[in-house]
Ligand binder design. Sequence first.
Ligand SMILES: [Zn+2]
Length: 79
Amino acid sequence: MDFYFINTQPFDPEAYELHTGNCYFTPMPHNRQYIGLFTHPKYALHKALKSYPKVYCCELCCNYQDQSQPTKMERRSIQ
Ligand SMILES: [Zn+2]
C-alpha cells in the first residue's frame, strides 16, 4: 500500500503528475493534494482523474500507464 499525491502544479497545461508519498519527486506539502492510500497506482490514477483532466503517473515511483492516454513521450512528439 502506498500513499498517493497529485502535484497541483501542472507540468503541462492541465496535465498533472501522480506520485507516491516516498518518491524523490513528491512535491512539497503546499504543492500537492492527497489522493489516498492504494494498493496499485491504477486506483490512485482513477480517483485523481475525477478531479483533474489529465493525470500521468510518475515514471520513477508509479510506472503505470493508462492505455487511454498517450504517454508523455508521445505527447512531446505530437507537440
Ligand atoms: Zn514519483
